[in-house]
Design a protein around this ligand. Structure first.
Ligand SMILES: O=P(O)(O)OC[C@H]1O[C@H](OP(=O)(O)OP(=O)(O)O)[C@H](O)[C@@H]1O
Ligand SMILES: Nc1ncnc2[nH]cnc12
Length: 236
């Protein structure tokens, strides 16, 4: 890890600690993190940065559990089992905290492009792309105006309706490493279409990630389509 990466990790750990501190006293934070309350106070107030090992533990272990808990608390499930996650996908600062935890906590290769499907995956994809310093691309259910060449992926859904996603051809180059993400995975049909697009582009899959898995079917379906790591932050 070079100096800049080390500093970035330390600053991310401080962001995670500040988020946890919002709903905890320092003593409670000390219990959650197994770090001394006095040190935590200095980290949260920005007087001292945590060392690399402490920072890594906070971001990768603690951060992942804490964010999964926070995410679960924000999800609303209606009487028919449908999920309202607007409290998450509308909260870009929260997604900016999620990005490093996802990037470090799953075994994804470093992508050249973060790909999602419009609409609700876009804010997560933007946070991840910004974290990696890479491009963000999203496939849409209709053709973007003024774009001439598209990669298309079509599938007949369980309902019998045909769904087509279109991505401007220039969004992914041959040989690119593509991280496929979405806010939610349920049947896995959307992820399958995105994986088709990656295949048509002759690009490689760096991984598949969803914030929320509604059941296991979608994750399983994605696993059947790629050898790359597939995961979610939480399952409902
Ligand atoms: O695993 P699946 O069964 O394919 O479901 C997951 C997809 O469904 C939702 O998108 P939706 O099609 O509702 O579009 P939106 O993002 O514009 O709301 C969600 O954002 C995922 O993209
Ligand atoms: N909001 C949602 N909840 C559950 N399943 C879904 N499939 C697509 N959107 C969904």
């Amino acid at each position: 890890m070079n100096r800049a990466e080390k500093a970035a990790l330390q600053l991310r750990a401080v962001d995670v600690l500040r988020m946890l501190k919002e709903t905890r006293t320092y003593d409670e934070l000390a219990e959650t993190t197994a770090l001394p309350a006095g040190d935590l106070n200095r980290y949260v107030n920005g007087h001292v940065l945590p060392g690399t090992e402490r920072a890594r533990n906070v971001v990768e272990e603690l951060g992942r559990d804490a964010l999964a808990e926070e995410l679960t608390a924000r999800i609303r499930v209606d009487d028919d089992g449908y999920i309202d996650n607007s409290a998450t996908v509308f909260d870009q600062p929260f997604l900016d905290l999620v990005a490093p935890v996802v990037a470090n906590g799953f075994d994804f290769d470093r992508p050249d492009v973060v790909l999602t499907a419009a609409t609700d995956g876009i804010t997560l994809a933007a946070s991840l792309a910004s974290y990696y310093g890479t491009r963000c691309a999203y496939a849409k259910k209709r053709k973007e105006t003024a774009v001439e060449e598209f990669i298309e992926a079509r599938e007949r859904l369980q309902s019998g309706i045909e769904l087509t996603y279109y991505l401007p051809e220039s969004a992914i180059d041959e040989g690119d490493s593509v991280l496929v993400v979405d806010d939610l995975i349920r049947s896995g049909e959307t992820q399958e279409l995105l994986l088709d697009i990656v295949g048509t582009a002759n690009a490689d899959v760096a991984g598949v990630f969803a914030l929320i898995a509604a059941g296991d079917d979608g994750i399983q379906r994605a696993r059947n389509h790629t050898d790359a790591p597939v995961g979610s932050l939480t399952t409902v």
